[in-house]
Ligand binder design. Structure first.
Ligand code: CP
Length: 305
């Protein structure tokens, strides 16, 4: 039985295969429409979500399967003190696969030790979000036709942004990628990621505070929101929340084929005036998230053939 807790649980070859299955699904959705007939996914969301939960549910429904689950800890027996291990042992009696989001880092990993069915980490605290990374990689592949040899700028809350952490981890396994990290001093990428993922592999990176300084160099700009829910005090959040606001004027010096990604939800960090710019890819990312989750469900259920 396979779980997906961290993006490195998948080899580069397996990621390529998931991308290829997603592209087959995009081209011929009908052929996949009842492949999961009789199968159920449980979405256990102890923390809010729009895209991840609903895309897992849409993915399973489009594969012909069914869904069950809960959208907040308050509506589950976690509110009475039930442990994550007991929860997944229970839900494993009802469902064939579980997608779990939890505010505590490591909770999906702990759940995987007890679960009788595959567990997918749908986001754990400020740690990891591997299925968002799969959506990001599918989007990059479709926009750039490659997953190597580009310059990517990560901008915003790099300290708490779990999607950033997972995507850096994934891209560190591809060749010739230049990383530029754009953030306020207080929201820089955690030292453990710089050390364990980049320095250990000899991958160079640059850290800057001003987006304007580096935007002309970028092939991909990965914007992120400041993660209010991870701050210890509101005053710090208020001070930092509008550190970066991408507006049309800032794109004047950007490449014509720049791809602008954002895992969403956005707050203020990308002006709505940019949504119709052909370089804005964030709603394509949302749709790609459904297709790659379809491919992932098939893989973890052993149904990819
Ligand atoms: N990208 C993402 O995880 O969005 P949600 O929080 O809406 O699931």
């Amino acid at each position: 039985m396979r779980h997906l807790i961290d993006i490195t649980d998948l080899t580069v070859g397996e990621i390529d295969e998931l991308i290829s299955v997603s592209e087959r699904i995009i081209d011929d959705r009908q052929s996949f429409s009842d492949i999961c007939k009789g199968k159920k996914i449980a979405t256990l969301f102890f923390e809010p979500s729009t895209r991840t939960r609903l895309s897992f549910e849409a993915a399973m429904l489009e594969l012909g399967g069914s869904v069950l689950g809960f959208a907040s800890a308050d509506s589950s027996s976690a509110s009475k003190g039930e442990s994550v291990s007991d929860t997944v042992r229970t839900v494993g009696c009802y469902a064939d696969i579980i997608a779990m989001r939890h505010p505590k880092e490591g909770a999906p990993m702990a759940a995987s030790k007890y679960s009788p069915v595959p567990i997918i980490n749908a986001g754990d605290g400020g740690h990891n979000h591997p299925t968002q990374t799969l959506a990001d990689l599918l989007t990059i592949q479709r926009e750039k036709k490659r997953l190597d040899s580009f310059t990517i700028g990560f901008c915003g809350d790099l300290m708490f942004g779990r999607t950033v952490h997972s995507l850096i981890n994934a891209l560190s396994r591809y060749e010739n990628i230049k990383f530029i990290f754009i953030s306020p001093e207080e929201l820089r990428l955690p030292a453990y990621i710089k050390e364990d993922t980049l320095n250990k592999k000899g991958i160079p990176f640059t850290e800057v505070e001003r987006l304007e300084r580096v935007i002309p160099m970028l092939d991909i700009l990965y914007m992120t929101r400041v993660q209010r829910e991870r701050f210890f005090n509101e005053a710090d959040y208020v001070r930092l929340k509008d550190s970066y606001i991408l507006e049309p004027q800032k794109l004047l010096s950007a490449k014509k084929d720049l791809s602008i990604l954002h895992p969403l939800p956005r707050v203020n960090e990308i002006s709505h005036n940019i949504d119709d710019d052909p370089r804005a890819c964030y709603f394509k990312q949302v749709l790609n998230g459904k297709y790659i989750r379809m491919a992932l469900i098939l893989k973890l259920l052993g149904l990819e053939g």
